[in-house]
Design a protein around this ligand. Structure first.
Ligand SMILES: NC(=O)c1ccc[n+]([C@@H]2O[C@H](COP(=O)([O-])OP(=O)(O)OC[C@H]3O[C@@H](n4cnc5c(N)ncnc54)[C@H](OP(=O)(O)O)[C@@H]3O)[C@@H](O)[C@H]2O)c1
Length: 262
């Protein structure tokens, strides 16, 4: 069953990333994508230049990708629902908003929930998918698989943890790089040199992990000589109050916030 026309509702940071990502891999005919947003972003303008409509007719949409902020999703849904075809399928990326609430707000239509990352913009995203309905799950796959590694969650309750690990995860890495850059400066490097070293080192290490397929724990052991410099740093990072308890706390806080948003 065809998933187009697709109606993207909200083309902000994440919706815009989807538009750019789909275009990068030519996932869909741009004419089959409509974008609904009161203030179209640059990504929406790029989509329009490729042939997508910025004044789409919601009644023609087969698949609706709901990408507005969780705080205003009910308002957006109430506005849209009467205009949709009865068999339109809803795929939502709104953090914390449950499938039950989505289904009720969209007149009982089939729904899927997805938690993506912004790297979908370059075809390297990650997307956690949950749907009770098989057709909705298939639509969510069709939307995200072209631009993301898809992980299917069997239980909706896991979406809060998936959001905390994956949806929010890119920010953890960026915060880590910021802190590494600052630590380099504190250790005596000029800011520019510290930034270049920290950024390139993290990019290379991540690429090596991806390409080799080797476990991170094994890769860590490979670069840690007993009694060496890395071992001295890891005694701090993996010691009491180190990364693991810190990330446990951070991920638990994100998961709790995801539950609150719902
Ligand atoms: N950013 C991320 O990394 C990320 C990751 C995973 C999931 N998400 C989820 O993605 C969703 C969107 O987040 P975001 O960061 O992309 O937010 P955003 O940048 O604020 O984008 C939301 C867009 O929706 C527009 N909008 C507001 N009301 C609308 C309506 N009634 N109909 C259509 N469009 C409307 C907004 O326009 P105005 O600016 O004019 O209000 C804005 O352009 C959230 O639910 C979030 O949980 C985000």
């Amino acid at each position: 069953m065809s998933i187009t026309p697709i109606l993207l509702v909200g083309a902000g940071r994440m919706g815009g990333a989807m538009l750019d990502g789909w275009a990068g891999v030519k996932a869909f005919d741009p004419a089959g994508i409509g974008v609904l947003d009161p203030h179209p972003s640059e990504a929406a303008a790029r989509a329009a230049a490729r042939g997508s409509s910025l004044i789409p007719d919601p009644s023609t949409a087969r698949t609706v990708l709901l990408a507005v902020k969780p705080q205003i999703w009910r308002e957006a849904a109430a506005e849209l629902e009467p205009a949709l075809a009865p068999d339109a399928v809803i795929v939502s990326i709104a953090a914390g908003v449950t499938a039950t609430d989505l289904k009720a707000a969209f007149g009982g239509r089939a729904v899927a929930r997805v938690m993506p990352t912004t790297a979908v913009a370059i075809g390297r995203g990650t997307a956690s998918i949950y749907a009770a309905d098989a057709e909705a799950r298939a639509r969510a796959h069709a939307l995200f698989a072209p631009v993301a590694t898809v992980v299917e969650l069997e239980d909706e309750a896991r979406m809060d943890a998936a959001t905390a690990v994956s949806g929010s995860g890119p920010a953890y890495l960026y915060a880590f790089v910021e802190a590494l850059e600052a630590a380099g400066v504190a250790a005596g490097l000029p800011a520019g040199e510290s930034a270049a070293l920290a950024r390139s080192t993290i990019q290379g290490a991540a690429a090596l992990m991806a390409q080799s397929g080797v476990d991170p724990a094994e890769l860590r052991r490979q670069v840690t000589s007993p009694g060496g410099t890395t071992a001295a740093a890891l005694a701090v990072l993996m010691g009491e109050g180190g990364l693991e308890p810190l990330l446990n706390k951070a991920v638990a806080a994100a998961a709790a916030r995801s539950r609150e948003l719902g």
